[in-house]
Write a protein that binds this ligand. Structure first.
Ligand SMILES: [Zn+2]
Length: 119
């Protein structure tokens, strides 16, 4: 029988120190560009906020996406991404989505989790 997704961790680590993860009772967040998203990273507080009403696979993908923002910021990689404005923001989002997809796929493979679990 496939394993279930583990609970979302309340603490993670980044290169610059620990990160607190908070699951909020909202369906989405309003991003600074006016878009709606399922997760946010607040660098000044080192907090990742996740929307609560997500299937586990999407919640984990969103967590890994926000965690990827932390990796890029803590490592300074964001400082070498060229472009400005929306192009640069889009490049950062693509990088974070790519890392999150690779992380979640690998996590499913090594853990034996059923990726389609619904609750
Ligand atoms: Zn993002």
């Amino acid at each position: 029988m496939p394993r279930r997704w583990p609970p979302i961790p309340r603490k993670l680590d980044g290169l610059a120190g620990p990160i607190t993860v908070k699951v909020r009772r909202v369906e989405s967040f309003a991003a600074s560009d006016g878009d709606h998203c399922w997760g946010l990273y607040k660098p000044e507080r080192r907090e990742i906020h996740l929307a609560t009403k997500l299937p586990p696979a999407i919640r984990w993908h969103t967590l890994a996406h926000e965690w990827a923002h932390v990796w890029l910021l803590d490592s300074g990689v964001v400082n070498v991404i060229r472009g400005d404005g929306a192009d640069r923001d889009q490049a950062i989002e693509l990088i974070c989505d790519s890392l999150a997809s690779a992380f979640v796929r690998s996590f499913v493979r090594v853990s034996g989790i059923n990726p389609w679990e619904s609750a």
